[in-house]
Design a protein around this ligand. Structure first.
Ligand code: ZN
Length: 272
């Protein structure tokens, strides 16, 4: 029998809610985990937010997001590294064991160069991650974002960066929205798990037609992704982490968020 004990929700999914509202509503609904987007911590006492989350029995799965390493100037590269160090410190203060990395890309910059800067950037922040024991999860993004959001677009590409860094704190966040189309998906999920670097699993759905490349994601069951099938592949590797619902949707954000939360738990139980 399925339940909500492995359901995690990203705060951006219920974007209209503050962290205070989100934590109360998620806990009331029986959601077990939360991934906190950094914007939700702005102006807050971060360690206190962590205590509040734990007092509601919400497991803090990760923070989102670090990354955006590539830049065309030395200053830009340095600033990105500093921001990632800040993200790692914030995660430690919150009590989150992991930061998700949306690695970044710069329009016009060769992707090979961007990937090198990403690898070097992660290497530069690793000593702090080690000191604070925070894991870094590289999230490959769908190739439609290769222009300005991520030069890491497949599980294989993410695994290459992990291979180069070869560090137990560096792994991968697998998000169905970005990787569902990959003919090598199953073997890549297996390989990632074998190397002990399958750190996170994000779920949502791909709508047809998709009217906005960023903010028109679907709830599980609204689109064409075989979420239950991919979840089976992930769980077959022994992965026992959370199923993290991460949905950017103007359509859902415009609705009553209490209804949306009900729809999320229903979709989680019936379509994932
Ligand atoms: Zn994701």
């Amino acid at each position: 029998m399925d339940d909500l004990s492995k359901l995690c929700i990203h705060t951006i999914t219920t974007k209209p809610w503050s962290i205070e509202e989100a934590m109360d509503k998620y806990a009331e609904a029986g959601v077990a985990g939360i991934t906190v987007w950094r914007q939700w911590l702005e102006g807050r006492d971060i360690s206190r937010v962590g205590d509040e989350l734990r007092s509601r029995n919400l497991e803090i799965v990760s923070t989102c997001r670090g990354g955006f390493f590539p830049a065309t100037t030395k200053q830009g590269i340095d600033d990105a590294i500093e921001d990632n160090r800040l993200a790692i410190r914030e995660a430690a203060e919150l009590g989150a064991p992991m930061v998700v990395l949306v690695c970044g890309a710069v329009p016009g910059q060769p992707l090979v160069e961007a990937r090198k800067q990403i690898t070097d950037g992660i290497a530069a922040v690793l000593p702090l991650a080690e000191e604070l024991n925070v894991r870094l999860a590289i999230e490959p993004l769908h190739p439609m974002y290769a222009d300005d959001r991520s030069a890491i677009n497949t599980m294989a590409s993410a695994n290459e960066v992990c291979d180069q860094l070869d560090h137990p704190l560096v792994g991968i966040a697998a998000d169905v929205y970005h990787i569902w189309w990959d003919p090598d998906l199953e073997s890549q999920i297996q390989l990632t798990a074998e190397k002990n670097r399958l750190f996170a699993f994000h779920i949502c759905d791909w709508k047809t037609p998709t009217t906005d490349f960023l903010n028109d994601r679907g709830l599980m069951g609204e689109g064409c992704i075989d979420v239950p099938g991919i979840r089976k592949m992930v769980e077959a590797t022994g992965f026992d982490g959370f199923n993290e619902v991460e949905i950017f949707s103007e359509r859902w954000w415009a609705k009553d968020q209490d209804e949306f939360l009900q729809a999320i738990t229903h979709a989680y139980l019936n379509h994932s």
